[in-house]
Write a protein that binds this ligand. Structure first.
Ligand code: HEM
Length: 281
Protein backbone atom coordinates (compact mmCIF):
# COMPACT_ATOMS: atom_id res chain seq x y z
CA UNK A 1 0.00 0.00 0.00
CA UNK A 2 2.85 2.29 1.00
CA UNK A 3 4.47 1.47 -2.31
CA UNK A 4 1.33 2.57 -4.20
CA UNK A 5 1.11 5.82 -2.25
CA UNK A 6 4.82 6.46 -2.93
CA UNK A 7 4.37 5.87 -6.70
CA UNK A 8 1.33 8.14 -6.78
CA UNK A 9 3.33 10.85 -4.98
CA UNK A 10 6.22 10.55 -7.52
CA UNK A 11 3.73 10.72 -10.43
CA UNK A 12 2.20 13.83 -8.85
CA UNK A 13 5.64 15.48 -8.53
CA UNK A 14 6.45 14.58 -12.17
CA UNK A 15 3.26 16.18 -13.46
CA UNK A 16 3.93 19.35 -11.44
CA UNK A 17 7.44 19.38 -12.96
CA UNK A 18 6.01 19.08 -16.48
CA UNK A 19 3.54 21.89 -15.85
CA UNK A 20 6.30 24.16 -14.53
CA UNK A 21 8.57 23.51 -17.56
CA UNK A 22 5.71 24.02 -20.05
CA UNK A 23 4.97 27.30 -18.31
CA UNK A 24 8.68 28.27 -18.47
CA UNK A 25 8.85 27.41 -22.18
CA UNK A 26 5.79 29.42 -23.07
CA UNK A 27 7.00 32.45 -21.14
CA UNK A 28 10.35 32.11 -23.00
CA UNK A 29 8.42 32.29 -26.26
CA UNK A 30 6.52 35.32 -25.06
CA UNK A 31 9.84 36.93 -24.08
CA UNK A 32 11.40 36.35 -27.45
CA UNK A 33 8.32 37.72 -29.25
CA UNK A 34 8.54 40.69 -26.86
CA UNK A 35 12.22 41.21 -27.81
CA UNK A 36 11.03 42.72 -31.09
CA UNK A 37 11.66 46.42 -30.75
CA UNK A 38 11.16 49.61 -32.69
CA UNK A 39 14.20 50.80 -34.63
CA UNK A 40 14.44 54.12 -36.46
CA UNK A 41 16.44 54.87 -39.62
CA UNK A 42 18.92 56.82 -37.43
CA UNK A 43 19.59 53.85 -35.17
CA UNK A 44 19.80 51.57 -38.21
CA UNK A 45 22.45 53.86 -39.74
CA UNK A 46 24.71 53.30 -36.71
CA UNK A 47 25.16 49.66 -37.79
CA UNK A 48 26.73 50.18 -41.20
CA UNK A 49 29.87 48.05 -41.05
CA UNK A 50 31.10 44.46 -41.06
CA UNK A 51 31.49 44.70 -37.24
CA UNK A 52 27.79 45.40 -36.88
CA UNK A 53 25.62 45.08 -39.98
CA UNK A 54 21.88 45.73 -39.68
CA UNK A 55 19.49 45.93 -42.61
CA UNK A 56 15.86 46.94 -42.90
CA UNK A 57 13.92 44.78 -45.35
CA UNK A 58 10.16 45.20 -45.89
CA UNK A 59 9.51 46.60 -42.45
CA UNK A 60 11.73 44.22 -40.45
CA UNK A 61 15.20 45.01 -39.09
CA UNK A 62 17.81 42.24 -39.26
CA UNK A 63 21.21 41.98 -37.58
CA UNK A 64 23.06 39.95 -40.23
CA UNK A 65 26.59 40.55 -38.88
CA UNK A 66 27.19 36.81 -38.36
CA UNK A 67 25.73 35.92 -41.76
CA UNK A 68 27.90 38.25 -43.89
CA UNK A 69 30.84 35.76 -44.30
CA UNK A 70 28.37 33.01 -45.34
CA UNK A 71 26.62 35.01 -48.08
CA UNK A 72 27.27 33.43 -51.51
CA UNK A 73 28.84 36.56 -53.04
CA UNK A 74 31.86 38.76 -52.40
CA UNK A 75 31.29 40.42 -49.01
CA UNK A 76 31.23 43.91 -50.57
CA UNK A 77 27.96 43.09 -52.37
CA UNK A 78 26.12 42.66 -49.11
CA UNK A 79 28.19 45.03 -46.91
CA UNK A 80 27.26 47.95 -49.12
CA UNK A 81 23.72 47.76 -47.71
CA UNK A 82 24.55 47.63 -43.99
CA UNK A 83 22.81 50.38 -41.99
CA UNK A 84 20.33 51.02 -44.81
CA UNK A 85 16.80 50.32 -45.92
CA UNK A 86 17.57 47.44 -48.33
CA UNK A 87 14.21 46.13 -49.65
CA UNK A 88 15.10 47.15 -53.20
CA UNK A 89 18.41 45.25 -53.05
CA UNK A 90 16.73 42.24 -51.44
CA UNK A 91 14.09 42.10 -54.19
CA UNK A 92 16.67 42.50 -56.96
CA UNK A 93 19.78 40.32 -56.44
CA UNK A 94 20.22 41.24 -60.06
CA UNK A 95 17.50 43.25 -61.82
CA UNK A 96 14.18 41.45 -61.49
CA UNK A 97 15.58 38.49 -59.51
CA UNK A 98 14.42 38.38 -55.90
CA UNK A 99 15.97 36.19 -53.19
CA UNK A 100 14.54 32.67 -52.94
CA UNK A 101 11.95 31.52 -50.36
CA UNK A 102 14.80 29.58 -48.69
CA UNK A 103 16.74 32.85 -48.33
CA UNK A 104 13.62 34.50 -46.85
CA UNK A 105 13.36 31.76 -44.21
CA UNK A 106 17.04 32.21 -43.42
CA UNK A 107 16.61 35.97 -43.10
CA UNK A 108 13.91 35.53 -40.42
CA UNK A 109 16.54 33.97 -38.09
CA UNK A 110 18.23 37.36 -37.86
CA UNK A 111 15.21 39.54 -37.12
CA UNK A 112 15.71 41.92 -34.19
CA UNK A 113 12.92 44.46 -34.61
CA UNK A 114 10.72 46.53 -36.88
CA UNK A 115 11.54 49.72 -38.72
CA UNK A 116 9.65 52.82 -37.52
CA UNK A 117 9.69 56.51 -38.34
CA UNK A 118 10.45 59.23 -35.77
CA UNK A 119 6.82 59.12 -34.56
CA UNK A 120 7.06 55.35 -33.96
CA UNK A 121 4.87 54.50 -36.99
CA UNK A 122 5.93 51.31 -38.84
CA UNK A 123 7.82 51.81 -42.12
CA UNK A 124 7.29 49.05 -44.69
CA UNK A 125 10.11 50.19 -46.98
CA UNK A 126 11.87 53.41 -47.99
CA UNK A 127 9.05 54.28 -50.41
CA UNK A 128 5.93 53.36 -48.45
CA UNK A 129 7.29 55.23 -45.46
CA UNK A 130 5.99 58.34 -47.12
CA UNK A 131 2.44 57.01 -47.56
CA UNK A 132 -0.23 58.21 -45.13
CA UNK A 133 -1.15 55.36 -42.78
CA UNK A 134 -4.70 54.89 -44.27
CA UNK A 135 -3.07 54.01 -47.56
CA UNK A 136 -0.89 51.42 -45.89
CA UNK A 137 -4.00 49.73 -44.54
CA UNK A 138 -5.70 49.28 -47.91
CA UNK A 139 -6.68 45.72 -48.90
CA UNK A 140 -4.10 43.59 -50.72
CA UNK A 141 -6.04 43.54 -54.01
CA UNK A 142 -5.99 47.33 -54.24
CA UNK A 143 -2.31 47.43 -53.35
CA UNK A 144 -1.55 44.87 -56.03
CA UNK A 145 -3.53 46.78 -58.63
CA UNK A 146 -1.74 50.00 -57.72
CA UNK A 147 1.73 48.47 -57.89
CA UNK A 148 1.01 46.00 -60.77
CA UNK A 149 4.40 44.25 -60.81
CA UNK A 150 5.20 42.15 -63.85
CA UNK A 151 4.71 38.37 -63.49
CA UNK A 152 8.49 38.03 -63.55
CA UNK A 153 8.76 40.14 -60.39
CA UNK A 154 5.53 39.49 -58.51
CA UNK A 155 6.66 37.60 -55.42
CA UNK A 156 3.08 37.00 -54.27
CA UNK A 157 2.44 35.15 -57.54
CA UNK A 158 5.62 33.13 -57.09
CA UNK A 159 4.74 32.02 -53.58
CA UNK A 160 1.11 31.29 -54.37
CA UNK A 161 1.89 29.29 -57.49
CA UNK A 162 4.85 27.22 -56.44
CA UNK A 163 4.24 26.30 -52.81
CA UNK A 164 7.16 24.40 -51.34
CA UNK A 165 8.02 21.61 -53.80
CA UNK A 166 10.20 18.78 -52.54
CA UNK A 167 13.71 18.17 -53.78
CA UNK A 168 13.86 15.55 -56.52
CA UNK A 169 13.86 14.90 -60.24
CA UNK A 170 10.89 16.29 -62.21
CA UNK A 171 9.43 15.80 -65.70
CA UNK A 172 6.75 17.94 -67.29
CA UNK A 173 5.17 18.68 -70.67
CA UNK A 174 3.40 21.44 -72.55
CA UNK A 175 0.90 20.12 -75.09
CA UNK A 176 -1.14 22.13 -77.56
CA UNK A 177 -3.64 20.95 -80.18
CA UNK A 178 -2.64 17.36 -79.64
CA UNK A 179 1.08 18.02 -80.14
CA UNK A 180 3.66 17.69 -77.39
CA UNK A 181 5.72 20.85 -77.86
CA UNK A 182 7.87 20.93 -74.74
CA UNK A 183 8.97 18.02 -72.60
CA UNK A 184 11.40 19.19 -69.94
CA UNK A 185 13.26 17.52 -67.07
CA UNK A 186 14.93 19.19 -64.12
CA UNK A 187 16.20 18.58 -60.62
CA UNK A 188 15.41 20.60 -57.52
CA UNK A 189 17.95 20.75 -54.71
CA UNK A 190 17.27 22.98 -51.75
CA UNK A 191 14.78 24.88 -53.90
CA UNK A 192 17.35 25.50 -56.66
CA UNK A 193 17.26 24.19 -60.22
CA UNK A 194 19.86 21.95 -61.82
CA UNK A 195 20.18 19.65 -64.83
CA UNK A 196 17.44 21.41 -66.78
CA UNK A 197 17.08 19.61 -70.13
CA UNK A 198 14.64 19.38 -73.00
CA UNK A 199 13.66 15.79 -73.78
CA UNK A 200 11.51 17.07 -76.63
CA UNK A 201 11.04 20.45 -78.28
CA UNK A 202 8.78 20.75 -81.32
CA UNK A 203 6.39 23.10 -83.08
CA UNK A 204 4.10 22.30 -86.00
CA UNK A 205 5.82 19.03 -86.74
CA UNK A 206 9.39 20.41 -86.61
CA UNK A 207 11.60 18.60 -84.10
CA UNK A 208 13.95 21.36 -82.92
CA UNK A 209 16.37 19.05 -81.14
CA UNK A 210 17.36 17.35 -84.39
CA UNK A 211 17.78 20.52 -86.51
CA UNK A 212 21.05 20.97 -88.41
CA UNK A 213 23.05 24.14 -87.71
CA UNK A 214 22.17 25.65 -91.09
CA UNK A 215 18.41 25.19 -90.60
CA UNK A 216 16.36 28.41 -90.51
CA UNK A 217 14.89 27.56 -87.14
CA UNK A 218 18.18 26.44 -85.55
CA UNK A 219 18.59 29.77 -83.67
CA UNK A 220 15.29 29.11 -81.89
CA UNK A 221 16.72 25.86 -80.56
CA UNK A 222 19.82 27.79 -79.43
CA UNK A 223 17.58 30.22 -77.54
CA UNK A 224 15.91 27.35 -75.73
CA UNK A 225 19.28 25.84 -74.83
CA UNK A 226 20.22 29.24 -73.44
CA UNK A 227 17.20 29.02 -71.13
CA UNK A 228 18.41 25.74 -69.66
CA UNK A 229 21.87 27.21 -69.02
CA UNK A 230 20.40 30.35 -67.51
CA UNK A 231 18.20 28.39 -65.09
CA UNK A 232 21.09 26.25 -63.81
CA UNK A 233 21.61 26.87 -60.09
CA UNK A 234 18.83 29.46 -59.92
CA UNK A 235 16.07 29.45 -57.31
CA UNK A 236 12.88 27.94 -58.69
CA UNK A 237 11.09 31.30 -58.71
CA UNK A 238 13.44 32.48 -61.48
CA UNK A 239 11.32 30.53 -64.02
CA UNK A 240 8.89 33.46 -63.97
CA UNK A 241 11.54 35.61 -65.68
CA UNK A 242 10.78 33.55 -68.81
CA UNK A 243 7.52 35.49 -69.17
CA UNK A 244 9.89 38.21 -70.36
CA UNK A 245 12.38 36.26 -72.52
CA UNK A 246 14.45 39.38 -73.18
CA UNK A 247 15.70 39.00 -69.60
CA UNK A 248 17.16 35.63 -70.54
CA UNK A 249 18.20 35.60 -74.20
CA UNK A 250 19.65 38.16 -76.57
CA UNK A 251 17.92 38.94 -79.85
CA UNK A 252 14.52 37.62 -78.85
CA UNK A 253 12.91 38.90 -82.01
CA UNK A 254 16.00 38.73 -84.13
CA UNK A 255 14.77 35.69 -86.04
CA UNK A 256 11.96 35.29 -88.47
CA UNK A 257 9.27 32.71 -87.78
CA UNK A 258 8.77 31.21 -84.35
CA UNK A 259 10.87 32.58 -81.52
CA UNK A 260 11.37 31.55 -77.95
CA UNK A 261 8.14 30.90 -76.06
CA UNK A 262 9.04 31.30 -72.43
CA UNK A 263 5.42 30.78 -71.34
CA UNK A 264 5.44 27.25 -72.76
CA UNK A 265 8.58 26.40 -70.83
CA UNK A 266 7.08 27.79 -67.61
CA UNK A 267 3.94 25.76 -68.27
CA UNK A 268 5.91 22.54 -68.85
CA UNK A 269 7.96 23.09 -65.69
CA UNK A 270 4.87 23.74 -63.62
CA UNK A 271 3.27 20.64 -65.11
CA UNK A 272 6.28 18.73 -63.76
CA UNK A 273 5.83 20.31 -60.33
CA UNK A 274 2.10 19.44 -60.32
CA UNK A 275 2.86 15.83 -61.18
CA UNK A 276 5.25 15.71 -58.24
CA UNK A 277 8.69 14.16 -57.87
CA UNK A 278 9.32 11.73 -60.76
CA UNK A 279 12.29 10.07 -59.13
CA UNK A 280 14.32 10.73 -56.02
CA UNK A 281 17.94 11.89 -56.13
C1 HEM B 1 20.33 43.40 -49.04
C2 HEM B 1 21.45 43.20 -49.66
C3 HEM B 1 21.73 41.93 -50.42
C4 HEM B 1 22.16 41.87 -51.69
C5 HEM B 1 22.47 43.05 -52.61
C6 HEM B 1 22.26 40.47 -52.03
C7 HEM B 1 22.68 40.00 -53.26
C8 HEM B 1 22.77 38.69 -53.60
C9 HEM B 1 23.31 38.21 -54.83
C10 HEM B 1 23.91 39.09 -55.95
C11 HEM B 1 23.24 36.88 -54.80
C12 HEM B 1 23.86 36.05 -55.92
C13 HEM B 1 23.68 34.76 -56.21
C14 HEM B 1 22.49 34.63 -57.15
O1 HEM B 1 22.57 35.14 -58.28
O2 HEM B 1 21.52 33.95 -56.75
C15 HEM B 1 22.59 36.48 -53.55
C16 HEM B 1 22.26 35.21 -53.18
C17 HEM B 1 21.79 34.85 -51.94
N1 HEM B 1 21.58 35.69 -50.88
FE1 HEM B 1 21.74 37.69 -50.90
N2 HEM B 1 21.90 39.72 -50.95
C18 HEM B 1 21.57 40.57 -49.93
C19 HEM B 1 21.19 40.22 -48.66
C20 HEM B 1 21.03 38.93 -48.22
C21 HEM B 1 20.65 38.56 -46.87
C22 HEM B 1 20.41 39.56 -45.75
C23 HEM B 1 20.53 37.20 -46.85
C24 HEM B 1 20.13 36.25 -45.72
C25 HEM B 1 20.15 36.53 -44.44
C26 HEM B 1 20.84 36.71 -48.18
C27 HEM B 1 20.82 35.38 -48.56
C28 HEM B 1 21.14 34.94 -49.82
C29 HEM B 1 21.01 33.53 -50.23
C30 HEM B 1 20.55 32.37 -49.36
C31 HEM B 1 21.42 33.50 -51.57
C32 HEM B 1 21.44 32.25 -52.49
C33 HEM B 1 20.41 32.43 -53.58
C34 HEM B 1 18.98 32.54 -53.06
O3 HEM B 1 18.59 31.70 -52.22
O4 HEM B 1 18.26 33.46 -53.49
N3 HEM B 1 21.14 37.78 -48.98
N4 HEM B 1 22.33 37.61 -52.82
Amino acid sequence: MNKIAYSAFIAFLASIGTLVSVQALSSDEADSAGDERDITLDELAEHASAESCWKAIHGGVYDITDYVPDHPTEEEVILEWCGRESSEAWDNKSPGRPHSPAAERQLENYRIGRLVDDQGEPLESADTGELPSEEQDQPMEQEAAAAAPSPAEDQRLHRAMLGQPLDGHYRGVFTDRGEIQVNITFDLRDGHLSDVNFRHLAYRGVDYLTLEEDADLYPVMVQHRRITEWLEGEPLTSIFALYEPERVVDEVDGFSGATLRGAKVISAMRDGLNRGVYSWP
